[in-house]
Design a protein around this ligand. Sequence first.
Ligand SMILES: [Cu+2]
Length: 185
Amino acid sequence: MPRKVLAVAFAATFLAALCPATLLAQADNAAKIASAMSAAPPAISKDATIIDWPDASGKMATLRQGTNGWTCIASQPPSGKMVNNSACFDPNFWAMLGSMFAGKPPAVKGIGYSYMLSNDWWEGNTSPTDTVQTPTNDWHHTGSHVMVYYPDKAALAGLPTHPSMTGPYVMWPNTPYAHVMWPVK
Ligand SMILES: [Cu+2]
């Protein structure tokens, strides 16, 4: 084997033995950050805090601390009905989701906003616990959209409560987590 090839082979083996975990984690984090940032316009996501998916204990690690109050999360790995669910949330929307994950009613006072511009997912529309299609849960494809959460449910009056791709509609209408889904393309 020529010396140069040997040297390259040696270096590759050495590197693989030395750094795989760290390098893979760094590449993984970079990919997660890019995925998370793709959910919102760059002007927002560039200064957002980036968080990881919940670990086994439910804790969400911070991958990058932000400065503008927005929180973005990478898409989870694709699975059947979900291709991309990356999202960015302002503090009010994020607080509303925190209540939802905790199974509590939201205690949010202000209007909350969210971007899911890279979204590609199939979801039910009747409640957050809809993860499979049923005859009555308005199973539908959600693409690129923005979301608005109004603490005052009167703000939702008159909007469709079934999925609409031609304008805003209300997702999870009869739950405390009802919010406007607004397809953008
Ligand atoms: Cu959404």
